[in-house]
Design a protein around this ligand. Structure first.
Ligand SMILES: [Zn+2]
Length: 355
């Protein structure tokens, strides 16, 4: 961090601080949209309900039970959920849902205690064991090799692709933000965007075994662990995918590796372009920005859409939002641009009138 993350500051046309983009800024932006209506017209033109949940970053352990217990109170004509943002050049973006997430810890234990590594000629090594299994999950181009993995994945519609073709998405901008030289899947912006949205993923979020501190320690460890996140596109259900992963583990002969799915996994969900809340967000963008927003069929990340769309029956989108693709969520120097913050608030206020 170049500044104290917990002492928010405004500089260079940006607001800097932990959580300003993901996602306190979105909450404040929405309250300011309400306040603007109150100041000018006395009250907003529609009834509003706010659901403020502070545990999203730890997997929302209490949210499912809250939603199930409060379905009646939560009923509405439409919902917006944190997560919409802006592209690098300022175009606002809305998303009509989200990918799901299946997060699984994988543990290989090959002994009850670590051994001197001179015994490695005869003793099994859990790191190699786990690596051999992991290489059966995905190829070098990101294609997941688990049989039937893609079977249920929703395919793009012609109308969705038309919106994506018009996208200002720039892979080069992301490369600049992240210091990445090459993306998986070539150089074409549209193809990369299509991949970002429609491809399920299998990611090694962490891998640990044995000794990785300074100097040498000749050890054959007893345990290796990996944390793997599978992003699922709509129609892929996490329990069904987990069953496919278990079958694959068995068929490849790795039953000794333990799979520990995280309890807080989220389902993918997405609504259609025809929903009223989508139309209101598109018209609101024209009012606030003078142009239509980017419309993505769902976000690359996971969110609470499944609870609203499927449990309560409220069509939900992400956006309007306050951040941009260089906001550094979950990373040092999180920031939002003040123009995006003001734009997001105007977009939200305009959307109220268009609902
Ligand atoms: Zn987050």
């Amino acid at each position: 961090w170049k500044r104290d993350p917990f002492d928010p500051t405004m500089a260079d046309g940006k607001f800097w601080g932990r959580g300003c983009g993901d996602t306190k800024g979105n909450l404040i932006m929405q309250l300011l949209a309400v306040q603007a209506w109150q100041r000018v017209e006395g009250r907003p033109p529609i009834n509003l309900k706010f659901v403020v949940e502070g545990e999203e970053e730890v997997g929302s352990p209490h949210f499912a039970s809250f939603v199930h217990a409060n379905k009646e109170i939560l009923k509405a004509d439409g919902a917006t959920i944190e997560g919409g943002d802006h592209l690098h050049e300022g175009t606002p973006k809305i998303e009509l849902g989200c990918k799901g997430i299946l997060y699984v810890e994988m543990v290989s234990r090959t002994a009850s205690v670590d051994q001197h590594s001179s015994y490695a000629a005869i003793a099994p090594n859990p790191g190699w064991r786990l690596i051999h299994f992991l290489t059966t999950l995905r190829d070098a181009n990101g294609r997941i090799k688990i049989p039937g993995w893609y079977e249920d994945a929703r395919r793009p519609t012609a109308r969705e692709l038309r919106y994506l073709r018009a996208s200002a998405f720039s892979a080069d901008a992301l490369k600049g933000f992240w210091g990445v030289k090459h993306f998986i899947g070539g150089e074409n912006n549209f193809e990369l965007l299509r991949r970002l949205i429609y491809s399920p993923t299998c990611t090694i979020c962490g891998f640990v075994s044995g000794y990785i501190e300074e100097g040498t320690k000749t050890v054959n460890p007893a345990v290796a662990k990996a944390k793997i996140d599978f992003r699922l596109v709509p129609n892929m259900k996490k329990e069904k995918q987990l069953a496919k992963l278990r079958d694959h583990l068995k068929s490849k002969g790795f039953e000794d590796i333990e799979l520990r799915p995280a309890p807080e996994n989220l389902e993918a969900a997405a609504i259609s372009l025809a929903a009223r809340v989508v139309k209101a967000a598109i018209k609101g963008s024209v009012d606030a920005y003078g142009r239509e927003p980017e419309v993505w069929p769902w976000s690359a990340g996971a969110s609470a859409h499944g609870f609203f769309n499927e449990v309560v029956g409220v069509p939900s989108i992400s956006g309007p939002g306050v951040s941009y693709d260089g906001s550094n969520y979950h990373a040092p120097n999180e920031n939002i641009r003040l123009t995006d913050f003001i734009g997001g608030s105007k977009h939200m206020a305009a959307m109220f009138a268009r609902m």
